[in-house]
Design a protein around this ligand. Structure first.
Ligand code: ADP
Length: 733
């Protein structure tokens, strides 16, 4: 069982000192990581030190290395960049500089370091660790420290977290900052799309990423761009012609807008740069289209971190402290990374080496290898983009004679349209005739079904809600009519997109007001995911959810906690309450209870977020998750159709004829719905086991509750053996 409490209270940081620094380029979410390291460090009773200005501060010492308190990291969770400063440091590249850094650390008894930075910073950290004992001996020889100190501080433990908007590090699905950068890019693309629609324009958009094409590729997927240039996948010889043909074909199909995305490191197959200017000139000269270039630049690093980055960095920071506590002289330096939706620890140097191999492969023109080395998730992004961006001529498509219908059910959710688009396009590529059902099962029963083409779903990825229309009606009372429709239209397979309580992530940032507690009600039916994750992302004090019942004692403890908090410099509170967490302890009740009990100490405000949570444009994550999971589902349907086709009939009479596709830990799993029945609480419309419940203690620790930390996110506490970065690949999402 996943979140069976394991109680690791014996893990103590007493007598240990941890230094935390950010180095290299800044990225949104670094502050969340710093905050988590500080608070988890203090929670396990270690001393924690800020090292300001990256390695430069470590070399310079003095006021650059200071012990911090719980309050030092208050109100930084939602701030972009890094509040402790980052710098490039030449002297740390020299042994002399590192000698000085070692001296400064030993002076303060710091033998544990959390380094948040890119592969350069982590390489430096690893080198520092390898040299450590030699550096101490040299310091002793020079009479700067005594022999006792050499013995006492004999080992330096290092743990890395990758902070980089480029997502250019092998071994982790996401680096801290990437998701926020994608948010910035997609905001710009969405804004450009509205103006460009009016003028029939072509937009060439240049995005960051240094030598990595991740941001460009995923942005292209998320906005359905016409063409994308990335360093790992240079276009074939003669690409100028094929790109222009494609652009003019799209225009002929009445598409008023073309979007071309260029990664800053894009090259052709002769390793020559492809610049956004060059692409623009080409389009203007060959096609005469009105074409504009937008270079996004530092906007991509800016703004507040996304909920995803805050949660990712918080999880990583906590895991990093645990890794330091468990480290022995024999454990290699590790990097905390994300695999699927799980935090894992990987050997730092193996990851760095793999990352460097990607560059080498590109330099030597081995591009297939470069894509493979980036990892399965990257490869899958590329394959999905290729599959969905361009329709092969009809003559080249297979013909299966299968008819497949797609429908939306339940509440509308951001990302649904991206999923429908992917299903339709993959289905067509597989040779099926695709049908769209309007208005869910109710519409289906009424015969609202029609064929849908490749072009019909153009531009759907960025649209919120459900374009097909969705109804909450369950199919039970329409079963016969639906069966009739299936028969009349000869539908061989059905892809249903929807769920019990579908959700998008929420953003909630604390305000600057003093002595005030905000009580926010979130949606989700009985499912507390939004309340819990929203609380983690916003640094809330409590989140009331149905899955973890609470009583009057807990409410009292929360009120006391907030009263205490008002005595510190952090005079603000945030409480999230899931709409159905308890029928009697309503949002109004909690508001009134807090107001009464807080009289004279704090006042309260309440806010019911309501339907705005379902609205708006889908986030980059939801667009891509919707797209990729749906493409995978359609490929699975094709395979099943072929397997079960006998004598002109499709047999759908086994358990796996009806499956749910979802991400489980590190894998994508097709699970027969019959099995799912046993795992579902139908009354409350939630799974009996919720994976994210293991993140509950995290939120409490970071909000300073006296809770016991039950379980490591990576589950690696007992078996410290690390994964290899190669096997850490998830189910290619
Ligand atoms: P990033 O960490 O984002 O890749 P850099 O490569 O610029 O950024 O590295 C940041 C800092 O890390 C450098 O300024 C330097 O102080 C340190 N560093 C990088 N590589 C090494 C190395 N091989 N040895 C020692 N220090 C290094």
């Amino acid at each position: 069982m996943d979140h069976q409490p394991k109680f690791f209270e014996n893990l103590s940081g007493t007598g240990k000192a941890i230094g935390v620094l950010t180095s290299g380029g800044d990225a949104q979410g670094m502050n969340a990581a710093v905050r988590a390291v500080v608070r988890m460090g203090i929670y396990v009773k270690a001393k924690v030190y800020f090292v300001y200005e990256g390695y430069q501060g470590m070399v310079d010492g003095g006021d650059n290395i200071v012990e911090v308190s719980w309050e030092s990291v208050s109100s930084i969770l939602q701030v972009g960049g890094t509040v402790i400063g980052s710098a490039r440091c030449k002297s740390f590249r020299t042994r002399e500089g590192r000698l000085q850094a070692a001296y400064n650390l030993v002076q303060r008894g710091i033998t544990n370091l959390c380094v948040i930075g890119g592969d350069g910073s982590l390489t430096g950290a690893n080198l520092f660790r390898e040299e450590w004992s030699g550096l101490l001996e040299e310091l002793a020889q020079k009479g700067k420290i005594d022999e006792e100190a050499v013995k006492k501080y004999a080992y330096l433990n290092i743990v890395g977290m990758v902070g980089s908007i480029d997502n250019d590090f092998c071994g982790t699905d996401m680096t801290i900052g990437t998701d926020s950068a994608l948010h910035r890019i997609i905001e710009v693309v969405d804004a450009i799309m509205t103006t460009a629609q009016s003028h029939q324009r072509t937009f060439v958009l240049e995005v960051m990423g240094r030598h990595c094409g991740y941001l460009a590729l995923v942005s292209a997927l998320a906005c359905g761009a016409d063409w994308v240039f990335i360093p790992e996948y240079p276009p074939e010889e003669g690409w100028e012609d094929s790109m222009c043909v494609k652009l003019s074909e799209n225009r002929a199909r009445k598409k008023r807008l073309n979007i071309i995305i260029v990664a800053e490191g894009a090259i052709d197959c002769h390793n020559k740069p492809i610049t956004s200017e060059k692409v623009k000139d080409l389009v203007v000269q060959r096609l005469g289209f009105d074409t504009r270039v937008t270079i996004l630049g530092h906007v991509q690093r800016g703004g507040t971190p996304s909920a995803f980055d805050r949660i990712l960095a918080s999880r990583m920071g906590v895991e990093a402290v645990l890794a330091l506590l468990e480290a022995t002289p024999a454990t290699p330096a590790c990097v905390v990374s994300l695999s699927g939706n799980q935090a894992v620890r990987l050997p730092l140097m193996e990851c760095v080496q793999m990352t460097q191999e990607v560059q080498k492969a590109m330099d030597e023109g081995r591009f297939v290898e470069a894509v493979r080395l980036r990892g399965r998730s990257f490869e899958n992004n590329l394959n999905t983009y290729k599959l969905l961006s361009h329709k092969k001529p009809d003559a080249e498509l297979p013909k299966t004679n299968f008819n497949v219908a797609v429908l939306n059910v339940g509440a509308p959710a951001a990302g649904m349209n991206a999923a429908v688009r992917a299903a339709v396009r993959v289905g067509i590529t597989e040779g099926h005739k695709m049908f769209a059902v309007i208005d869910g099962f109710e519409g289906f029963a009424r015969g609202k079904i029609k064929e849908i083409s490749w072009g019909d779903v153009g531009g759907w990825t960025g649209q919120g809600g459900s374009i097909l229309g969705t109804k909450r009606t369950l199919p039970a009372k329409y079963l016969e009519k639906i069966a009739d429709q299936m028969r009349t239209n000869n539908i061989n397979a059905l892809m249903v997109i929807g769920g019990f309580e579908t959700c998008d992530r929420i953003k909630q940032s604390a305000s600057g007001t003093k002595r005030r507690v905000f009580i926010i009600e979130t949606m989700g039916g009985y499912c507390g995911y939004l309340a819990n994750m929203g609380a983690l992302a916003a640094g809330a004090d409590a989140a009331y959810i149905f899955e973890e019942q609470f009583d009057i004692r807990e409410l009292q403890a929360n009120v006391e906690h907030l009263t205490e908090k008002m005595k510190t410099s952090i005079q603000r509170g945030l409480v999230l309450r899931n709409e159905n967490c308890n029928e009697n302890y309503t949002t109004d009740f909690i508001y009134q209870l807090y107001s009464e009990e807080g009289k004279g100490v704090f006042d309260c405000r309440k806010n019911v977020l309501g339907h705005m949570q379902q609205g708006g444009a889908p986030s980059p994550f939801d667009r891509n998750f919707g797209t990729k999971i749906s493409a995978k589902a359609m490929q699975w349907i094709s395979k099943k159709l072929k397997e079960t086709y006998r004598k002109g009939k499709v047999f759908a009479n086994t358990d796996d004829s009806v499956c749910l596709l979802g991400m489980r830990r590190r894998n994508l799993v097709f699970q027969p719905v019959a099995e799912l029945k046993n795992e579902t609480d139908f009354v409350h419309r939630i799974p009996k086991e919720q994976w994210w419940l293991k993140l509950r203690p995290l939120m409490k620790i970071l909000a300073k509750y006296k809770t016991s930390y039950d379980v490591s996110d990576s589950g690696q506490l007992e078996h410290v053996a690390m994964h290899s970065p190669k096997e850490a690949e998830p189910g290619a999402i």
